[in-house]
Design a protein around this ligand. Structure first.
Ligand code: BDR
Ligand code: CA
Length: 308
């Protein structure tokens, strides 16, 4: 099974991504790094510990990373994820599990060097931790097998501004460093595909483990309300779980390589991933952009993994 680190800003859908990663039984999870994003670093770290306990995976180490974007102010997403990031679920739970003493980006570098050529990074948050890891170790791309990030959008609107997807918008300077870094395999799982991976209340009823079903029901209630308010469909997008799904089952998506850059100095388009679909700039490709997804098959696998 693939050796991975998950990088998260837990977040309702990050939590579902962690559950999928653990319950699929198909990944060797070396650790989970947390970052400021949907919620503060402290809250994201606390939420991550709660979710690992819920999943029965309290032995997986958690490392807190960056408490703010590289140069910008943090932009929390309380409207989407609730004030606590989990839509109010597990609010009474006081986790026994605590984060380790180390710093998230340093853990990424150390693990990459220890397992050179054999580590996959699954990023479901602003890319600050990976950008700091690159600053610590510019040689990092040589040691990483692949990076899969949930972020960006090529076709269609953003989800935080009219133009930008949240993870890229929250720290566009970090995202630029990452797409420019020269990773051997860098896969974008953006809104183009994650918007098609829709979880409905009907799906949730198919969950068989009561603790998991109750948790998913409770945590997604406001997330589904919000999605319905914005998109007119009673469902919610499994953005982060799909990035985990692509790591486990690459055959779920069709991807093409392009040159991608990130807008960092624009009034209206800040944080937009600009993809050179017609190769007008003539630059070599740097990102595998997911364009199509078999969403039905993904939802099936998501549900059966959570049921196992
Ligand atoms: C991304 O933004 C966050 O709010 C979600 O957790 C996901 O990682 C979707 O744009
Ligand atoms: Ca996230």
């Amino acid at each position: 099974s693939k050796r991975v680190i998950l990088d998260v800003d837990t977040g309702i859908d990050d939590a579902l991504g962690i559950l999928l990663a653990v319950k699929s039984g198909k990944l060797k999870i070396e650790g989970v790094t947390t970052v400021c994003g949907n919620v503060s670093l402290e809250q994201a770290t606390l939420n991550t510990c709660k979710i690992l306990e819920l999943a029965g995976a309290e032995d997986i180490p958690v490392y807190a990373g960056a408490s703010a974007p590289l140069i910008r102010k943090s932009h929390y997403e309380h409207r989407v994820h609730g004030s606590d990031g989990l839509g109010g679920a597990l609010s009474d739970r006081v986790p026994v599990k605590q984060p380790e003493a180390g710093f998230g980006p340093s853990f990424i570098v150390e693990t990459a060097l220890r397992y050179s050529g054999d580590l996959t990074l699954i990023m479901t948050a602003p890319l600050t931790n990976l950008a700091i890891a690159l600053q610590q170790c510019p040689d990092l791309p040589r040691h990483i097998r692949e990076v899969i990030y949930m972020g960006g959008v090529v076709q269609g609107p953003g989800n935080v501004t009219p133009s930008a997807e949240y993870n890229i918008y929250a720290d566009p300077e970090a995202a630029r460093l990452v797409v420019d870094a020269g990773f051997e395999s860098l896969t974008q799982v953006g809104l183009d595909v994650t918007r098609k991976a829709l979880l409905t209340e009907g799906h949730i009823e198919l969950l068989t483990e009561p603790a998991i079903r109750n948790y998913v029901q409770e945590s997604t209630a406001i997330y589904i309300d919000r999605y319905e308010f914005v998109n007119g469909v009673r469902a919610c997008a499994l953005h982060d779980p799909l990035a985990v799904g692509v790591a486990i089952w690459p055959e779920l998506v069709e991807a093409k390589e392009y040159f991608v850059d990130v807008e960092t100095t624009s009034r209206l388009n800040d944080g937009r991933t600009v993809c050179d679909v017609q190769n007008r700039l003539g630059h070599p490709p740097n990102v595998r952009v997911c364009e199509q997804v078999d969403s039905e098959s993904f939802l099936d696998r998501f549900i059966s993994s959570l049921n196992s």
